[in-house]
Design a protein around this ligand. Structure first.
Ligand code: ADE
Length: 254
């Protein structure tokens, strides 16, 4: 997957190469990351990339000519790439969308700055718009890095053990079960016995049930939106019976 980022701050993207999985994915040529400076496509000799908004108002708007030049340059180099603008107005980026994106040979990620980008760019030269959350950043760069990170770890081989991406939070539709490593006892808290039992069936059941409980407590909305596995309903029913018994006991006592 080739990531081409169009930005006024290309040096920010060197942060992705400091270490870890993204750096390894670049070194093993599973991905490439190229950050292109939009200012290089300015049409005047002062390198101006912004201007005042028509109609008045505060702040500046990114001029269309440098952006159009940068996008056309990137598309010529990567004709198969999908072009996405990072903006708080875009489709909310989630794990389902992250899973769709490795299907493209390349992504061209356009990072806006200032008060926004001239509307004619989004209309004519962009395939889609992406937001990483309902808050406003000072530019699209951090959002582009989030997209690169989340998509790269789903590219086959990028994580090393194929298993890890499948078991993650959201990949099963539920939050991930709790993880433990040595020591067996830390500051008086013990690792659950089942994880030391060597019984893989019991471990797998415990993990699924722990995921269900966690999701129920922290993100119940996720349980409404996806199919449950055989066995999940019985477990949830058992939980319901326990809860009802506790409530009944305490309401008759008071
Ligand atoms: N640019 C500014 N805020 C953003 C957000 N929340 N998502 C994507 N791009 C942005």
């Amino acid at each position: 997957m080739d990531f081409t980022v169009l930005t006024l701050f290309p040096e920010m993207f060197s942060a992705l190469l400091v270490g870890g999985i993204i750096k390894r994915a670049v070194e093993s040529r599973r991905i490439s990351i190229e950050a292109i400076d939009i200012r290089d496509f300015a049409t005047d000799r002062h390198g101006i990339v912004d201007d005042r908004p028509y109609g008045g108002g505060c702040g500046m708007v990114m001029k269309p000519e440098p952006l159009a030049g940068a996008i056309r340059h990137a598309k010529k180099r990567h004709p198969e790439a999908y072009t996405l603008m990072l903006t708080p107005q875009g489709r909310l980026f989630d794990q389902a969308l992250a899973r769709e994106l490795p299907g493209y040979a390349g992504l061209i990620l356009i990072c806006g700055r200032y008060e926004g980008v001239d509307e004619r760019i989004s209309q004519d030269l962009v395939d889609g718009e992406l937001s990483i959350g309902d808050y406003v950043l000072t530019g699209g760069e951090l959002a582009a890095m989030v997209v690169i990170d989340a998509v790269t770890r789903l590219i086959p081989g990028a994580l090393g053990g194929e298993q890890s991406a499948e078991e993650d939070s959201f990949s099963t539709g539920l939050l991930e079960y709790p993880q433990y490593t040595r020591p067996r006892s830390f500051e008086g808290v013990h690792v659950p016995d089942v994880l030391l039992s060597g019984d893989h069936g019991a471990i797998s059941r415990w993990r699924r049930q722990a995921s269900l409980i966690r999701t129920l407590l922290k993100r119940p909305d996720l349980l409404l939106g996806q199919p449950l596995r055989p066995g999940d309903m019985e477990f949830l029913e058992k939980l319901r019976q326990h809860i009802e018994t506790i409530i009944e006991k305490h309401s008759t006592a008071s």
